[in-house]
Design a protein around this ligand. Structure first.
Ligand code: HEC
Length: 180
């Protein structure tokens, strides 16, 4: 939990709030806000066989009310992390299947993008490959751990990644099956 909360480590609690709510409910692990994290493209999705198809969240194409509000392109709701260890499919496009991949994404997206995104035939890293380039400025590079630069020290060691995963597992309901 310390690593989850620490702004110099995971900084997860900046968005996945870990404090009780104002009306004293247990923490919800979401700030109910929208962010563009630049999650990698899920090339296994049938819709993504079309290279011109992009699921851009708030600005569509499924949702239509913000179609002209391009500052929202790529933004998705911060989900609760309760029972996330039981889900087995992560982020809006389901690109990851275990929490190690998810925490590695946060840890490495900026400092080592070549470990997160595919490369083109010439070896160039296709950073933020699931959002058209004209909207890349919407992607959050202000909040830690995304404020680091390529080549900077990664915020979490492998052992610390495992510690955060262990903490996420404590957010599971132990007494009943999750009803997804
Ligand atoms: C800047 C805000 C922000 C920070 C910081 C942040 N998250 Fe998230 N998190 C999000 C958003 C937004 C999504 C959904 C993104 C999407 O689907 O494209 C998400 C999704 C997730 C998911 C997937 C949940 C699911 O059911 O699909 C997990 C797990 C997660 N975050 C864990 C973490 C951990 C662990 C950290 C710290 C290392 C962290 N997050 C830091 C905003 C944040």
């Amino acid at each position: 939990m310390r690593l989850f909360n620490d702004p110099d480590k995971g900084n997860c609690a900046a968005c996945h709030l870990s404090q009780p709510t104002a009306d004293k409910l247990p923490p919800l692990f979401t700030d109910t806000e929208y962010e563009a994290l630049g999650v990698p493209r899920n090339r296994r999705l049938a819709a993504n066989r079309d290279p011109n198809h992009f699921d851009m969240g708030l600005c569509g194409p499924l949702r239509t009310d913000f179609a002209t509000q391009t500052q929202y392109c790529g933004m998705f709701l911060t989900p609760t992390l309760r029972n996330s260890a039981k889900r087995g499919v992560y982020f809006h496009n389901g690109v990851y299947h275990d929490l190690k991949q998810v925490v590695d994404f946060y840890n490495l997206r900026e400092v080592q993008p070549g470990a997160i995104y595919p490369h083109d035939a010439g070896g160039k890293i296709l950073k933020y490959d699931d959002l058209p380039a004209r909207y890349h400025a919407n992607i959050d590079v202000a909040d830690a751990p995304f404020d680091r630069k390529a080549g900077d020290k990664r915020p979490l060691s492998d052992a610390e990644v495992q510690d955060i995963i262990a903490f996420l597992r404590t957010l599971d309901d132990g007494d009943k099956a999750a009803g997804y």
